[in-house]
Write a protein that binds this ligand. Structure first.
Ligand code: TXE
Length: 493
């Protein structure tokens, strides 16, 4: 198959990067270059931000119902192209096609939903405490929004940000991960085909370390929306702060998945597997700390090992595959280094713990066996740090109070799972767990209708749901006076 070569999408035009250089995108399963993405530099950042800035006034002024209609047209086209986009995603990041198909069939919802919200946003008339004055509020878009995203769910992360941003009347510059930029360019082709005005959506690719700073600090960028690692998120936050840019961050996690003795254990086993082995554990919401009540610990671990052993590893493009390779060589090395750390800390490996080398994995050097460590205590690095791979830390607890204390004793707070058939625990525990999303008797469920984001070091702001659109708007307050001016001009009215 010929190698695809993409161009930047700026101001409605396809163009080569100023560097005239491209970055190879490697298919993690075949270990072969399958596409090339442009290596943009600061000059391209300027072009994209300028284009988005020029497009902003007329996009912001367009009647919201017209913006919404265009977004719904985009959603229709995305729905038609779901299978094509899913294949691109799987090829680029090695995630299984079943998951990427599910994501791509779900993707249009973001553009239907926020497109539908566009003309429902209104300010309010305020009965103000000043006689003979009319006071009211209106919502206005911010301007140019830069979105910087990671490689694990590339287009979903873009949709989380740009669907509310566009509906609110902002224009966008998308900078996807250098490991998985292809789908953003395929997305741009669809944007172009449905007739978005030039400059409303721009896509540039390249190394974050090279041109990320120019994008974040660009004077025409009003807000940065980011998904990625916590360290990068903190660096972006501090850079943005120097220029007083608005920021939302969706960062890492080390989520507790808590199983009580009264749970339906077979369901909970499925939940534990979905928490850590789905997507080869490369998800911010991974349930990477499995907290097991002491009385069921041994039985549960045995069931879990049985289940995980049967997971089919191999070609992500095969619909029956359940675990694919990890996405990047550096991620592969990082996961192996954490396995070593866990062993050195005294945790006991009861499943996996090494690269997978079965026949079905032989093309790719980046498969890691589903790995389970028991005898983990919550102070170990393997319990505290995000591995972002198929490595589960199992921690024992005795009482409900102990489970809550362990769950919350962590720098992160993105998600948590609770498995119980006791209605009291199901209702009371979500209130005391410090996480943005808590699942009871389910795991890894995300909806465009439900706010998503992190407590503590897992991020700032919430994506999805009605509230997300307000992150891309600002309030204007207007006072109109019909009063005769007879108060002192030197005193605050
Ligand atoms: O992500 P980065 P990386 C975690 C995971 C992983 C680690 C590093 O633990 O091992 O982060 O992964 C852009 N200015 N997560 O290196 O660095 C970069 O180009 C501006 C968790 O892939 O966070 C890419 O587009 N931008 C996570 C995006 O930031 C910069 C998902 C993400 O890259 C930049 C992925 C800079 N200085 C990794 N440096 C999750 N929570 O879902 C990089 N970028």
């Amino acid at each position: 198959m010929a190698i695809k070569k993409y161009q930047l999408f700026i101001d409605g035009k396809w163009q080569d990067p100023s560097t005239l250089q491209w970055i190879d995108s490697v298919d993690p399963f075949t270990n072969k270059v399958w596409s090339q993405i442009p290596r943009a530099n600061n000059e391209d950042v300027n072009k994209a931000c300028d284009a988005a800035h020029r497009a902003f006034p007329s996009w912001a002024k367009m009647l919201p119902n017209q913006r919404g209609a265009l977004m719904r047209k985009l959603a229709d086209k995305l729905a038609e192209k779901a299978e094509h986009l899913a294949e691109i995603e799987s090829r680029d990041n090695g995630k299984i096609i079943a998951e990427m198909l599910a994501q791509m069939h779900y993707l249009p919802n973001y553009f239907y939903y926020y497109g539908g919200l566009a003309d429902t946003i209104s300010g309010e008339v305020i009965t103000v405490d000043k006689p003979h004055h009319l006071a009211y509020t209106e919502y206005e878009p911010l301007g140019v929004v830069a979105t910087i995203t990671a490689w694990n769910s590339p287009l979903m992360q873009v949709a989380f940000k740009i669907a509310p941003a566009l509906a609110a009347g902002n224009t966008v510059v998308i900078k996807p991960s250098e490991f998985t930029s292809s789908s953003a360019f395929e997305f741009a082709k669809i944007v172009e085909a449905v007739g978005f005005p030039a400059g409303v959506v721009n896509v540039i690719s390249g190394y974050g370390s090279e041109m990320g700073s120019a994008l974040i600090t660009h004077p025409k960028v009003a807000k940065v929306g980011f998904t990625g690692g916590t360290a990068t998120g903190a660096a972006i936050y501090s850079e943005a702060a120097k220029h007083l840019k608005k920021v939302s961050l969706e960062l890492g996690g080390k989520s507790p998945n808590i199983v009580f003795a009264d749970a339906d254990l077979d369901n909970a086993v499925q939940g534990a597997v979905s928490g850590i082995f789905a997507a080869s554990g490369q998800t911010c919401i991974a349930g990477s700390r499995l907290l097991l009540q002491e009385s069921i610990h041994d039985e549960f671990v045995a069931k879990l090992i049985d289940f995980a052993k049967q997971a089919k590893m191999g070609n992500p493009m095969d619909k029956n595959t359940q675990i694919g390779p990890v996405t990047t060589p550096s991620q592969y090395e990082r996961i192996l280094s954490y396995i070593k750390i866990a062993e050195d800390e005294g945790a006991k490996c009861v499943l996996g713990g090494k690269p997978a080398n079965g026949k079905e994995c032989e093309n790719s050097p980046w498969f890691i066996e589903p790995t389970i460590f028991i005898n983990v205590t919550n102070n170990m690095r393997i319990a505290q740090e995000e591995v972002f791979g198929p490595v589960l830390s199992v921690i024992k607890f005795k009482t409900v109070e102990e489970a809550i204390a362990i769950a919350n004793d962590i720098q992160f707070g993105l998600a948590a799972g609770i498995w119980t058939q006791d209605i009291k625990k199901a209702i009371e525990l979500p209130k005391v767990i410090k996480a943005g999303t808590v699942w009871v008797n389910t795991y890894r469920m995300v909806s465009y209708l439900v706010p998503f984001g992190g407590y503590k070091n897992s991020g700032i702001g919430r994506e999805n749901g009605i509230n997300a659109i307000y992150d891309y708007l600002q309030v204007k307050s207007t006072f109109i006076s019909t009063a005769q001016t007879n108060t002192s001009p030197f005193v605050l009215k």
